[in-house]
Design a protein around this ligand. Structure first.
Ligand code: SIN
Ligand code: FE2
Length: 201
C-alpha cells in the first residue's frame, strides 16, 4: 500500500460541536466579512464567497492566487484561528506544525468550485484538512493530472476529510450543493473550512 492518502471521517463532529463551531465562524465573519474572490487575469468572480482566519489567508484577484496576512477589502489582519480548530488539526492530522491559514468558503445553493489543486503553499508535506457544515455537497476527487479519472463523494455537515500523501496534490472540486439537506444554517447553503500549513517548518 502507498503512504497516507485521503482520510474520510464522516460525521466527525456531532450536532453540538457543529453548532459551537458555527457560532465561532459567525464571530469570525463579523470581523472578517466574506469577500468575493476573482479569477487571476480575467477577473471573473467566484461563485463561492470567502474569508479566512489565522496568521495568513488565501485570496485571489487579478494579480493571482496567494496567501497574505490581511483581508483584501478591510486591510485588517485576519482574526486568530480558534483553539477548537487548532485542536481539531492536532487530533486528526497529528502534523508536526500548526496550520497557518483556515479558508472559510461559503456556498450559496447555486455555488460551485471547479476542479483545482491546492498548490499555493510551500509545504506539500503538510496535509489539508477540510470540514463541512450545512447542506450536503458533491465533492469530486481526481488524481495529479486534470485528465485523471475522478470519484465523487457526498460531504455532509460534520464530515472531515484530509488530503494527504499522494492525494495532497490531487485535483478536487465541488460540483453542486443540495439545498435543504441540513438544518444547521438558517438558510440553505454550505460552509467549508480548509486548514493549511503554508510555510515549511
Ligand atoms: C476547497 O477545495 O477549497 C474547498 C473544498 C470544499 O468546499 O469542500
Ligand atoms: Fe481546494
Amino acid at each position: 500500500m502507498g503512504g497516507a492518502h485521503l482520510q474520510y471521517l464522516p460525521g466527525y463532529l456531532d450536532e453540538i460541536a457543529q453548532k459551537a463551531l458555527l457560532e465561532e465562524i459567525r464571530c469570525l465573519v463579523d470581523r472578517a466579512p466574506l469577500f468575493t474572490p476573482t479569477m487571476p487575469r480575467w477577473g471573473r468572480p467566484f461563485s463561492v464567497r470567502m474569508s479566512n482566519c489565522g496568521p495568513l489567508g488565501w485570496v485571489s484577484d487579478k494579480s493571482g492566487y496567494r496567501y497574505q496576512p490581511t483581508h483584501p477589502v478591510t486591510g485588517e489582519p485576519w482574526p486568530a484561528m480558534p483553539q477548537s480548530l487548532l485542536d481539531l488539526w492536532d487530533a486528526t492530522t497529528g502534523y508536526k506544525y500548526p496550520p497557518q491559514a483556515c479558508l472559510i468558503n461559503y456556498y450559496s445553493p447555486d455555488a460551485k468550485m471547479g476542479l483545482h489543486v491546492d498548490r499555493d503553499e510551500e509545504d506539500f508535506d503538510a496535509p489539508i484538512l477540510s470540514l463541512s457544515l450545512g447542506d450536503d455537497a458533491r465533492f469530486r476527487l481526481g488524481g495529479r493530472e486534470r485528465s485523471d479519472p475522478t470519484q465523487s463523494f457526498i460531504l455532509r455537515s460534520g464530515d472531515i476529510f484530509i488530503l494527504d500523501g499522494e492525494d495532497r496534490l490531487a485535483y478536487h472540486g465541488i460540483d453542486r450543493i443540495y439545498p435543504g439537506t441540513s438544518l444547521l444554517l438558517e438558510e440553505p447553503g454550505r460552509i467549508n473550512l480548509t486548514m493549511r500549513r503554508v510555510s515549511k517548518g
